[in-house]
Design a binder for this molecule. Sequence first.
Ligand SMILES: [Zn+2]
Length: 338
Amino acid sequence: MAEFLEKAEDLLRRGVIKDNEIKESFQDVFSARTELNAIYTKSYLDIDNIESLFGAIEMAQVIGKFGERTMEEIIKLRESIITLIVHTLERSISFPVRNGQVFPTEHHNAFVKMLQETENREEGEGNEFTIITFNYDLTMDVALSLNQMKFDYCLEEGKETNKVKYLKLHGSINWGLCRQCNKIIPLSISEVNFNTYPGHTKNANYNFSSWLKERKHCEAGYYEHPVLVPPTWNKTAHNNQINNVWRKVAKELSQAENIFIIGYSFPTSDLFFRYLYALGSVSSMRIRRFWVFNPDPTGEVKNNFTSLIGRGIENKYQFYNESFETSIQQIGKALRRY
Ligand SMILES: [Zn+2]
């Protein structure tokens, strides 16, 4: 998150972003950052961090103030930062192509295959999984889809399925919002045509967000921008269906036997996760493992989580100074043994 804006600037500078309207959106966000920089010192807000900046812009829309901008310009700015996030993700994430066929990214593929292996054990009941993520991108969605693992974003309340629950707390770049019925309608990965590449192609990028322009739910079609939510807690600005997802996360945390946290550093300012965990995990008796994987050289992440977990599960908590890649093997081993 700290390097996201740098990446976006780099894409703009190198001419990767060609569409003029999209370029203007990028520039809108960069000038907003410069404005904030002039007003506030860095100690109030880390505006080089995309999530902080997104949060500040969201807040600006609620209070109707962002420097000298009019309300109309503030609303436009919120759309601009969503455009920047979507296009930076789409241009930065490429999927491997072999013999004209698209594959999931390597580690996400390994992760999904690990889930499948531990799910389909020969004896007894298989494991049930819930994937909870703060990410907006579609790398996991593509890995699940291309491995024929059915999943449910759980946007509808009370609808229980036996699919993998895949909970995207901050929205997703394939979640369209219908102008007419105001419902979030996720566009399915299975609709993407992944097989149209000449043999020599090695990588493919996807403009997933362009689907929103092409498809319709009710007569009126979708809003131009997908449903993305900044990490700041603001229940007024959000769709009820996002609340369904959050509710589901709390429920799943309260029923979990194993909690594996990969690549989330739990910064001390993140009250949202603290409340979610505290409210959601009341029945900590069940927890067998609370494992955190993070390649953090400073020891800070380990301490952040130590301050979070309640009494009674200290002995279930283990910190692994490891990457996503190696965490997959560890988790697979633990689940198979269990
Ligand atoms: Zn509709």
